[in-house]
Design a protein around this ligand. Structure first.
Ligand code: F6P
Length: 323
């Protein structure tokens, strides 16, 4: 294999640039040229390619976002889009592709692999941490730290005004960001999609806190929670329990930016290195991940479809520590 392509796709995440850097440097170290593909799958369909040299990825390790930009492609999920993509890849002499992204990214790679014989290795780059086959995804640790920093600030004003804040965090249909950030900020309650939310149970918890003279509080709400998100939950709680003045804060895309943490930079570097090593060794249709500090390969189908469980011990911890 003498030339490979690399792109970032789906929601961007801090650490993607560190990963691109590791992919480029590892490939060049092994005598393999690298073509950067801009804007995810849209760039493959639009033939938006750029040669990447070692100096192309200098001084990006510490930067959030992705120099190759990202997108959620519609054209690639059509047969004619994939046909143009294949023609462009062949024209450019690209013999294998590294895809840095989330479940949507690997779904596309899997479909493409079935139609065209272009080897793909995926790297889990998303703040959601919702991919099976890796303990953490690139960007998750940085997003956790961002949420903790933001909620510490909210806690200051909540305690100054005796307010109850409902803080909504990202994570799509998963509660990984909510669970660990909630523990990190000492939230009174953490609402995640993986466990059904009962408003009466939440109110009972808040009422118990009031009886213990808690004058303010934080409830972390995962955006995918079944009770409808922070604004809806705050409204339902206020209907039956209005002891606290309540406010809502949706952290949104703050969680996607920022300088990657050391942990994410190291994870991105390790997975970028391993992805290239495995691609040029002939592996395909698999995602590299880190489990118990070991690099593992997981077939795309499993990485996308298998359910990654929340740690039940952490859910219990929340119950105990928030009394
Ligand atoms: O997948 C990452 C993510 O940030 C999710 O947590 C969130 O639901 C989604 O992307 C937001 O998508 P967009 O950036 O397209 O609004």
């Amino acid at each position: 294999m003498k030339r490979i392509g690399v792109f970032t796709s789906g929601g961007d995440s801090p650490g993607m640039n560190a990963c691109i850097r590791a992919v480029v440097r590892t490939a060049i170290y092994n005598g393999v040229e690298v073509i950067g593909i801009n804007r995810g799958y849209n760039g493959i369909v639009d033939n938006d390619f750029i040669e990447l040299k070692s100096h192309s990825v200098a001084n990006i390790l510490q930067k959030g976002g992705t120099i190759l930009k990202s997108a959620r492609s519609k054209s690639f999920f059509t047969e004619e889009g994939r046909k143009s993509a294949f023609e462009n890849i062949s024209q450019a002499g690209i013999e294998g592709i590294i895809a840095i992204g989330g479940d949507g990214t690997f779904t596309g790679a899997h479909i493409f692999n079935q139609e065209y014989n272009i080897p793909f290795i995926g790297i889990p780059g998303t703040i959601d941490n919702d991919l099976y086959g890796t303990d953490e995804t690139i960007g998750y640790d940085t997003a956790l730290n961002t949420v903790v920093d933001c909620v510490d600030k909210i806690r200051d004003t909540a305690s100054s005004h005796n307010r109850l804040f409902f803080v909504e965090v990202m994570g799509k249909d998963a509660g990984f960001i909510a669970l660990r950030s909630g523990i990190g900020v000492g939230a009174e309650a953490i609402l995640v999609p993986e466990t059904k939310t009962y408003i009466n149970k939440l109110i009972a918890k808040l009422e118990a806190g009031r009886r213990k003279s808690k004058t303010s509080g934080i409830v972390i709400v995962a955006e995918g929670d079944n009770a409808g998100g922070a604004y809806e939950i705050a409204r339902k709680v206020k209907e039956k329990f209005n002891f606290y003045d309540t406010r809502v804060s949706v952290l949104g895309h703050l969680q996607r930016g920022g300088k990657p943490s050391a942990r994410d930079r190291v994870l991105a570097s390790q997975l970028g290195f391993s992805a290239v090593e495995n691609l040029i060794a002939g592996e395909t249709n698999k995602m590299v991940g880190m489990e118990n500090n070991k690099v593992v390969l997981t077939p795309f189908e499993k990485a996308i479809k298998y359910n990654k469980e929340l740690n039940p011990n952490l859910l219990k911890l929340v119950e105990v520590l928030s009394i």
